[in-house]
Structures are given as C-alpha cells and as structure tokens.
Design a protein around this ligand. Sequence first.
Ligand code: SF4
Length: 317
Amino acid sequence: MEELTLSMSYSKKSCINTCRKKAYFKYKCELEAKAGSSALRYGRVFHSAMNGYYKVIKSKGWSAKDEAITAGSEQAKRIWDKVSAASSFREDDYRTYSVCMQAFLNYLTFYEADSTYLDVISTERRGEIVLVPETELEKRTFGHLPPLIYKYVIDLIVNLGGMAWVLDFKTTGSYIDSVAQKLERSDQLIGYVNVTKALVDLPIEGCLASIVHTSARKSTKEGGGYGVPKIEFRRVPQLFTEGDFRDWRLSTFSTAKELFDCSNLDLWPANYDHCFDFKACEYFELCSQHKPAGELELGNYRKRVYDMDEEEEEVAT
Ligand code: SF4
C-alpha cells in the first residue's frame, strides 16, 4: 500500500474534496506549475517573519523586541530568496518583499499592547498525529483503513488574558469581513484546535484567526503600476464544540477513505465544478490534454520542489 493513501493534511483534504483529478496531479504525480504564486510566496514570507519574531519573544521576553524584529526580518528574507529562486513570478505584482516587511512592522504596531497581556506558550509546531477510529461509528465505517497520519502546522499557541488559544495567521487580498465569516467553519482551524488539545496539557479556548489583508489598486492608465498597498489586520476568535470535533474526525476519515479507494482503483474523476475557483485551477492545462499521465506535455510543469504540507495558503472567498 502506498504511503499516499495513509497521510492527510488540511491542504490535502481540501484538494481531494475539491477534485480527485487535482489530487492525482498534485499528490500522486507530485507535479506543480513552474510559475510561482505571488500570493503563496507572500503568505510564506509573512509566516516566516512571524515565526522568527515570536521565537525570540518566547525565549527572551518582550524586552527583546528589537532583536525579535531583526530575527523575523532575516528569516523572512531567507524564505523570500529561497522561494523566489525556485520559481518564476510576475514582476509587476504588488506583493513584494518590501510590502511584506511593511505588513510585518505594521502588525507589530497594531498589536503593540500584546506585550502587556499575551504570553507565547509555543511557537510554530510542525508534526503529525495518528488518527485511529475510536467510536463505534468510526470503527464500523473506517476500521478497515490503515492508520491515518494527519500532518499539522500550528503557528502559535498563546496565553491571552489567562486563556490558551491557537493563533493562526491568514494572509489575504479579500475583504476581511468575508474571510472572517469563512473561517467560522474552517476545516483547518477546527482540525488544528482538535490536534492542539491532544498536544498540550492545557484547556484550549479555540482559535484566534489573525487575518492580514494586503491589497493594491492598479492604475487604469496604460503602463500604470499599483498604488500604495492597503494593509489591515483583525484577530477573530473562533470557538468550536465537541460536535465540530466529531464531525471533523468523520470528514477526515471519510476523505482518507476516498483517497484510499481512488488510489486502489487508480480512478481519479474530474470535478469540473472547481476548475475556476477564485482563479483557474493550477492543472487546467494538463487536464485539457485528456491524455494518460505518461503522455502528458509537461513543459510548464515540474516535479514539486516543496512539501505540499508546508505551503502557506492565501485565503480566498
Ligand atoms: S482543471 Fe478542473 S477537473 Fe482538472 S484538475 Fe483542475 S479542478 Fe480538476
């Protein structure tokens, strides 16, 4: 049995539920477009800045804020250079390194009062847990599946006003209100809170979705560039119930079963309802060829460079 059928993550679950054929290209063939996504690069780099910054705050306290800013900037630059070297990007995009660093510094100003009531319990944690069917329903329905490994990336665990929260950063170019509403039912956040409850010996209140909005208008004049970027922030508390966690486990097992069946049957049906979500699907060009994997023209694609589970996503509405 292939490892593919046994591992799951938020992004893989989302991909399988979007389109089995997309999951085939992405996870079975491990293909990615050579052209990089400016939105994903921006998200990765902002997350890196946060990770570098909070690592110093956790180890040395809020009095080391200047050192933390330096660490965040340096880590962000390393990731920016690494990601930029690995793919080609549109040169006219407003999501540049300097805009990302502006967002980083604006974030620190916006949440300046954190130093008086926020303690960092844990910085970024990447890992995996094994999900084993526990209830009668889970055992009856999914007991035949191999143990399911769920991979996670928890950005931060913080103590805020005496309560422990998972803090998850979300970069977006969409309206904050609609992103906040979407995150109320976020499979990723429900899963990460559920995982964190098993990881730490603390009562976890829920998730603070820390949304970072960055957008810019392009001039309508011919050859005109982007105006000054708009950068906004909001932290939205998301509380989940035991029922949410039960449903999350069922849907995660159910998606794993889909992947297991697709893999065993080597059957990866297309779902045309998702070819244009937010923007055109990354694999549209491959899909349109209607050829078996071995005969596809792969000029604009390559074997993936990064582990898909390490991607930082941009939230679209
Ligand atoms: S183009 Fe459409 S059918 Fe093809 S992989 Fe993407 S979502 Fe699936």
